[in-house]
Design a protein around this ligand. Sequence first.
Ligand SMILES: [Mg+2]
Length: 511
Amino acid sequence: MPNPELPLPVRKHLLDAGVSTEAPFTRRVFTNRDLAFDSMKAVGFDMDYTLGIYNQPALEALSIEIGVEKLIRRGYPTRLETIQADPEFAVRGLVVDKEYGNILKMDRHGYVGRAYHGRKLLPRPERKDIYRAQRVGQERERFARVDTLFALPEVTLFAALVEMVEDHPDDWSRTPPSYTQIWTDVREAIDESHRDETIKSRIKDQPAAYFHKDPDLAPTLHKLRSAGKKLFLLTNSYYAYTQVVMGHLLNDQMAIYDDWSRYFDWVVVGSQKPSFFVANRPFLEVDRRTQAHVGKPRDEPQKGKVYEAGNREGLERALGVHSDEILYVGDHIYGDIVTSKKTASWRTVLVVEDLEQELEVQRAHELSLREIEALAEIRNEITEQLFAEKHKLRVLERLGGEVADEDGAGEETVQAAARGTLGDVRARLDRLQQHRDELEAVLQRRTATVDQAYNRYWGSIFAERLNTSLYGAQVEGYACLYTSRVSNFLYVSPSRYFHAPAARMPHRGRA
Ligand SMILES: [Mg+2]
C-alpha cells in the first residue's frame, strides 16, 4: 500500500511527474454506488460551498449580524445584539421542532437521539416524553430540516431567541412570540438579507475574507478537462455574484486560462435548482459586461456563453451526452443531489467539508472507537441474558407460589424445588445487572470523549450513538460518491473505477 503520509508538496511533485500517489487520508473520495469515472463524459459543478468553500465562522458571524439587525427592526428586543455566533452549535442534518423550540438530531430511522431546547440539552426523560414516537419530523408545518450550510446561522439565532424567551420574557413589551413565530421571523430575516443582497454585497466587497482559496482547485479542473471531460458550472447564484466568486477562486491560478470562465464549456447561473431539473424555463443569455439579458431566450445553451435560468433537458442536449454520463458535484443534499438523482439519472458527488475533521477525529480516537464497538457488543449480549433471566425468575416465582397467579402454583414438590433455585437466579440477575451498569458507564464515558472531539453538542454529523444519523443515511442513499472538496479529484485517475463496499441485510451476514 502506498504510504499515505507523504507530505503534500512531495506528493504534488510525484503527481506532476506522472507518478500516481495516494490521496491524504482526509481527502479521499468515498463510494456509495459503483461508478466508472471513465464513462463520465461531462462533469458539472455547483458553486456555493462546492467550488467555493466559505469561511464558515466569518459567514455565520456576518449572517447573524445582519439577521439580528433585521429582527430588531421588526420589534425584537435589543438584547439580541449580545448573541454570539457559535459555529459548532448548528450543523448539517439537524431538524428544528418549531412548536417546542427544540433542535433535534435523529438517527436513520427518525429516532431522536439528542435534543436541545434553545442551547440547553434536554434530559433523556423529557426527550423521551416528547419524542416517543419514531419517525418524527414528517409534518412539514412543525419540523424544519437544516440541510444547507447557508441555513446554519438561522438555527443559532433561533436557539438564542428560545433562550431569551425563557430567561428574559420581560424584554418583550407584550407576550413573547411563540417558537413557531420566532422561527418564521428568523427565516424571513435571513431570507430577506439574501434577497436584498445585504449578505452577498458584503461578501462581494471582500471575497478573500469569506472564502478559503484552494490552490488545488484550478489544477483539478484542468486535469479533468485534459482527460477529455466537458465541464459546466450550474449555480443558483446570479451572474454578478458568480463572477466575483469564481474570479476570486480561479483567475490568476494557471497561465493558460486567462479567465475563470475558460475552465468551463457551459456556464448557467440563477438556475433555480431543484426546479431546474424538472421545469422547462428557457436559457437567457447574460451579457458579461453589462450583466443584462441579450438575445432571444433559447431552448439550449451555447458553448462559451453565460446563461441564466434554463433547464436540465436543454443542457443535456447541448452537452450531447446521456443523462447517466453526467457527474454532478454539489453540496446540497436536496437541491443538488436528491433531485438530480430522482428526476434525471445524473450521477452525483456530494461535497461535505466536515468530512476532513470527521476523518481526523476517527484516526485520533481509533482505539476508543474500537473499544466502544466491542463494549457495545458485550453490553448487548448481557442485556439479552438479563431479559432471559428476568423471565426465568418470573416463571419460577409463579411456580414457587411466591406470586399470586390465576393458574395457581405448581404441585408441592415442584413448588419447593422452584423456591430452592430462586436464590441462585436472583444472585445471577444481580451480577448481570451490575456488570451491565458498569459497562454502560464506561461506554458513556468513552462515547462522550469521542463525541466531544467531533462536536461538543452533537457528536459526529454522520452518526447518532451507534447508528447512522439521518443525514448520514441521506448521504448514503443519494450520493454516488462523497468527499470533502472538489480538489480531491486531483488524486483520482480519470479512468478510476469506484467500487462501493458490499452492503448486506442482517440475515445475509457471515453465518
Ligand atoms: Mg451549494
